[in-house]
Design a protein around this ligand. Structure first.
Ligand code: ATP
Length: 503
């Protein structure tokens, strides 16, 4: 598992996807830069989301609100008072951890034991193995599962009641050790606010304390009436937004899974009070379908319904994805009630109500939120796509099987040799196709090596120009995933590629 994750990180760097921020100064922890391919992949994921959420929904529109917001926003939203993580220090190592993450990691370790038992049994029973039955009847597995359930539910309850002493007691009872040193000498648990502060204004006495937004949602709430009125939107309707958010995360690890500066893709759906349950189910279902549409395997997703609810929510679930380090939250679906809009009414003194022509009355709408981290989605796609394949001839190849619609480069055009007019034809094909797709040109090294390079880069198609092309205007098109090669007309290339990469 760890090895696979290390390969993911190394590959992301080697192929220009993700670099450590300010690497020449030894980096900045939990901050990353996207390279030439990473920026394209990220953009394609963002577009894929935007298309599904905004373009395909007549009643959802997109906005782009500023990162800086009036500081009272964060009083109203509850972030100043309640956006905290429970922290615990280890007295020996002097290292600081998130108490809930220590406990969750402990549970993940037990879960890994379950996976191991399953794998062992599958091997032993072969075709006769039934996973569901094994999970529901095997005593040891049931014991592990019970331990996970009771641990997580006790943690959730303690955090909800702000009973930090019990969170510490739980860590001690489970004998959780400092992951780095193995020491079990813990301090008390304290709350720590995650927002980054900054100042607006030139002179010290007039400067205004601001926060970098820790979520994009509030930019939508404060614009609710602007959009509703100018867009003449009727409930139910949604406002979507993508953009940067900032959190002073304590557990700065797991690569781009948990960053201090990251990007969110959020949609707030405004509904009639009392209809939240049905919309909650609707959006859970719709969002899972979006994920499945990328073809990354149904078994890699699961829902996790929250027992511990944030201060603003009356129901919440995560879509979890199987990352190289186990199932973790990828997206949240939250029923936020009228909490945010009512709070903003109170703090701003402005009405944020909707006049419902059907009901002939005004009310503060309820809100359903879907919130996904773009960088986390990037990690899900990238880590799931990176594969090593044994080939028939006994060699292995590294291939990045990105969903074609998300791949940074859709096709590479390769002249078989650097002479006889082949490069000129290849260039012409690039010039023609680049109006529609990101295309690259590669003439260096033997063609087999070029294929491998494109496989590792995630390019779904290679187009090879050879001497026959001079005769009949055909080229070889090679498919990344199957390595199948076909002879096709140059004139057909556009439609062949379009069919694969369009949604
Ligand atoms: P976590 O429990 O992992 O800290 P959260 O429950 O605080 O996440 P939300 O506030 O619901 O997360 O944010 C919505 C989404 O934003 C998450 O599902 C995740 O994909 C993304 N996200 C949140 N924090 C980060 C971060 N520090 N780095 C990258 N993505 C993040």
């Amino acid at each position: 598992q760890d090895d696979q994750f290390k390969k993911v990180i190394a590959h992301a760097k080697e192929y220009g996807y993700v670099f450590q921020s300010s690497e020449i100064y030894d980096g900045l922890s939990a901050v990353y830069d996207y390279g030439q391919n990473g920026a394209e992949l990220k953009k394609n994921i963002r577009d894929y989301w935007w298309k599904a959420m905004v373009q395909m929904h007549e009643n959802i529109v997109g906005i782009d609100a500023a990162i800086f917001m009036h500081p009272t926003t964060w009083k109203a939203s509850g972030h100043v008072d309640a956006f905290n993580d429970p922290l615990i220090d280890n007295k020996d190592s002097k290292k600081r951890y998130r108490a809930d993450v220590l406990i969750e990691d402990y549970c993940a370790k037990i879960e890994a034991k379950i996976d191991k038992e399953v794998a062992k049994a599958a091997k032993r029973f072969g075709e006769a193995f039934n996973k569901e039955e094994f999970l529901s009847t095997n005593g040891r597995v049931l014991g592990y599962q019970e331990k996970i359930n009771t641990t997580l539910s006790r943690m959730a309850k303690s955090l909800e009641n702000e009973d930090l002493a019990d969170v510490k007691a739980l860590i001690e009872e489970l004998e959780i050790a400092d992951p780095l040193t193995g020491s079990k000498n813990w301090t008390d648990v304290k709350q720590f606010n995650l927002m980054f502060g900054t100042k607006l204004g030139a002179s010290a006495e007039n400067a205004m304390d601001l926060y970098l937004r820790p979520e994009t949602a509030q930019g939508i709430f404060v614009n609710f009436l602007n959009v509703q009125k100018t867009g003449r939107m009727k409930i139910p309707f949604g406002i979507a937004q993508t953009g940067k958010a900032f959190r002073n995360e304590i557990v700065a690890r797991q690569f781009i899974f948990r960053m201090r500066e990251f990007e969110q893709m959020e949609m707030q759906f405004f509904i009639k009070p009392g209809t939240q349950q049905e919309w909650y189910e609707h959006w859970k279902d719709a969002r899972l379908k979006w994920h499945l549409s990328l073809g990354m395997g149904e078994d890699n997703y699961r829902f996790h319904d929250h027992e511990k609810l944030a201060h603003y929510a009356d129901a919440a679930a995560d879509i979890e994805f199987k990352f190289p380090f186990g199932f973790k939250e990828l997206e949240g679906i939250h029923s936020r009630t009228d909490f945010d809009l009512s709070q903003h009414e109170t703090y701003s003194g402005k009405k944020l109500q909707y006049f419902d022509p059907e009901e002939n009355k005004s009310y503060v709408p309820y809100v359903l939120e879907t919130s996904i981290g773009l960088d986390r989605m990037f990690l899900a796609v990238f880590s799931n796509s990176l594969q090593e394949e044994e080939l028939e001839n006994g060699t292995t190849r590294t291939v990045l099987k990105l969903p074609s619609v998300l791949a940074p480069i859709k096709a590479a055009v390769l002249p078989l040799v650097k002479k006889d007019g082949l490069p000129e034809i290849a260039r012409q094909i690039v010039d023609d196709l680049k109006w529609d797709f990101n295309i690259s040109y590669d003439e260096k090294d033997a063609v087999g090596r070029r294929y491998r390079r494109q496989d590792a880069n995630g390019t779904p198609f290679c187009i090879t120009v050879d001497h026959d092309t001079l005769e009949d205007n055909t080229v070889t098109i090679r498919y990344r995933d199957t390595m199948e090669q076909k002879r096709v007309k140059i004139d057909d290339l556009r439609s062949i590629i379009k069919q694969e990469v369009d949604v």
